[in-house]
Design a protein around this ligand. Structure first.
Ligand code: ADP
Length: 590
């Protein structure tokens, strides 16, 4: 606080005032006292001269007064005053300190000249006779209206000067003491005034550093106390506002952080103000390291920096869909840019929302392809049936054997159509939420046993060996029995279909590591590696013609995959072209 400039300004002004006031009072007082002393000396000399005048009248009038010199000397000794009796012509006839006969003409002395004029004269000067500064007071002596001469009383001023000096000394000492006391009080008062200000400064600095809990200790009822409480109220408000802002900010950051869409906010110079986690993922950059850097430096994706530049300079809104190449992966991203208005017609930057629609577009494509495939798949048998039926109707003369053959072909196509529709319905049911009925606890051995029994006649018809290997104890799984049977049926159907006459099909069920393992292996045509991933797609067939000829719909493995997924399981294939295939399903045990 002693270092505070305000303190010293206040205290210095106060000190100057005190010193000035004490000096003025001191000087005026000592001058007044000096004057008073001189005036009282003058009055007393005047009185003494007047008294002596009575005594000197006879001598001055020339009617006696022989002993005047003695009386004057006596009076001079008694009153320690010099007396001089002067005739009208200036001759000294008596003097208390000198022999009058040796004294020169006193008629021209200033006090005497004044007394001659006005009856009384005063003069202060240095007397060579007594070698000291003296005050002379002369009065005219009159009798019956006639001027007779003058009586003069004089005193050395040394005593007066000494008393004046003593008084001045006292005034000086008193003034000094008063000034010291006043300065000490001033120090205390100034400190009381500036201390709250200093503590307010400390508090303001603390608040500006972010310590919003800092308060000023006030207490006094004056304006400074009021200021301190106003300051504290302001600090409370500020603390609350900051809390709200921090809360809002963290809410906003949480929302932005949790968003699937990428959000990039930049200032007017395109420097990044915020980049959320999703934007970091889409653009392949680190949100932390992007802050404060210009967008074109952070990402090399040209379309993004262009969209931002466009948003900032042009109309303010940009919406476009672009294909971005990030970490060697093509992604389709919808960009939506908008300017951040400052509320006064201008803008403070821009925000760009990045919506990764790659998956959406892929699904759209899959759905489109699917519809096209379904239409095509449905159209083929319908066209065939129409052709056959039309021919039969048109050709009345057709031999019975041909007609029967045509009808059988039409029947086959109708069966195929029915299989296709059944598979499509199954797939649709599996894809919808209620695809799997309430799962129940069942023994996988029973499901596999039923399915194998279904296919035994078909296998025998093709002279295939169908071997089954199942454990002694039950293999409990949680699932939909019909769906699981359909799963095994489809795998067995394929194994039987794609294995030549006299081949071998092995079905193996086992439980290990909390999982049920089902393997359907054949030594049939096999599948070359490039098809392994795709055979689970809808309508994907390695060999279109063969599949159709064998009555396949191209949906079997797709259904298998969906059933596996619905039961939290997986399906995989190991296969070598011309050697055989093994499909492996793994489901969690109940
Ligand atoms: P499809 O009705 O044509 O059999 P799937 O979805 O069941 O349709 O199978 C897709 C394709 O995978 C089949 O067209 C076939 O080319 C191939 N495939 C499936 N299972 C086998 C298998 N056991 N051996 C050889 N190829 C198979």
């Amino acid at each position: 606080m002693l270092g505070s400039r305000f303190f010293w300004k206040l205290y210095a002004s106060y000190a100057v005032l005190v010193v000035l006031a004490v000096s003025v009072v001191g000087v005026l007082t000592s001058r007044r006292v000096g004057q008073d002393l001189l005036e009282s000396v003058e009055r007393s000399l005047s009185n003494r001269a007047t008294l002596l005048a009575e005594v000197a009248v006879p001598a001055l009038a020339g009617v006696g007064g022989d002993r005047l010199q003695d009386r004057v000397e006596q009076l001079g000794r008694d009153t320690r005053t010099r007396y001089t009796v002067i005739r009208l012509d200036g001759t000294v006839i008596a003097d208390s300190e000198e022999n009058p006969s040796g004294m020169d003409d006193h008629g021209s002395r200033p006090e005497v000249l004044d007394a001659r004029q006005e009856g009384r004269g005063v003069s202060t000067r240095f007397s060579r006779t007594v070698a000291a500064s003296m005050m002379y007071v002369a009065v005219a002596v009159r009798r019956d209206g006639r001027e007779l001469g003058f009586v003069r009383a004089a005193l050395p001023l040394t005593a007066v000067r000494q008393r004046t000096a003593a008084v001045q000394e006292n005034v000086l000492l008193g003034g000094l003491l008063a000034a010291l006391i006043a300065l000490a009080i001033g120090l205390f008062v100034t400190r009381r005034i500036t201390a709250p200000l200093a503590s307010m400064t400390v508090a303001a600095e603390a608040i500006s550093r972010g310590d919003y809990q800092h308060r000023v200790r006030g207490g006094s009822n004056d304006e400074i106390g009021t200021l301190a409480s106003a300051f504290n109220r302001m600090a409370v408000q500020l603390e609350r506002r900051m809390e709200t802002i921090t809360e809002d900010r963290s809410k906003l950051l949480t929302i932005l952080g949790g968003m699937v869409e990428g959000v990039v906010a930049v200032d007017r110079d395109q420097a990044i103000v915020h980049l959320n986690a999703a934007a970091g993922r889409i653009l392949g950059v680190s949100p932390e390291r992007s802050l404060g850097r210009p967008i074109w430096e952070v990402t090399r994706v040209r379309q993004v920096s262009e969209a931002i530049a466009h948003t900032l300079t042009e109309a303010g809104e940009v919406t476009e869909e672009v294909a971005l190449e990030v970490s060697n992966q093509e992604r389709i991203v919808q960009l939506h840019g908008a300017r951040l208005d400052n509320g006064g017609g201008g803008h403070v930057g821009a925000v760009l929302v990045l919506h990764d629609v790659t998956e959406l577009r892929r699904l759209e494509r899959v759905r489109r392809d699917f519809v096209a495939n379904v239409s095509h798949e449905l159209k083929t048998p319908i066209t065939a049936i129409r052709g056959l039926v039309d021919t039969i109707i048109d050709d009345q003369e057709m031999p019975l054997t041909v007609r029967t053959d045509f009808l059988r072909k039409a029947q086959n196509q109708a069966v195929r159509l029915s299989l296709l529709v059944t598979d499509l319905l199954t797939l649709a049911r599996l894809e919808s939420a209620d695809g799997i009925v309430e799962p129940e606890r069942l023994d996988a051995r029973e499901v596999v046993g039923r399915s194998v029994a279904n296919f035994r006649p078909a296998a025998e018809a093709r002279h295939l060996t169908l071997d089954v290997d199942m454990p002694q104890e039950p293999v409990p799984v949680l699932g939909d029995p019909e769906a699981l049977e359909l799963l095994v049926n489809n795998l067995l159907d394929n194994a039987v279909k794609y294995t030549g006459e006299g081949g071998q099909v092995n079905v193996r069920l086992a439980s290990a590591e909390g999982m049920a393992w089902l393997e359907v292996a054949d030594d049939g045509v096999g599948i070359s590696p490039e098809h392994h991933d795709r055979i689970f797609e809808r309508f994907y067939r390695v060999d279109q013609a063969r599949s159709r000829e064998l009555g396949g719909t191209g949906l079997g493995l797709s259904i298998v995959k969906h059933i596996c997924k619905a039961h939290h399981g997986t399906i995989s294939v190991r296969s070598t072209l011309g050697v055989g295939s093994t499909f492996e399903v793994v489901l969690p045990l109940a």
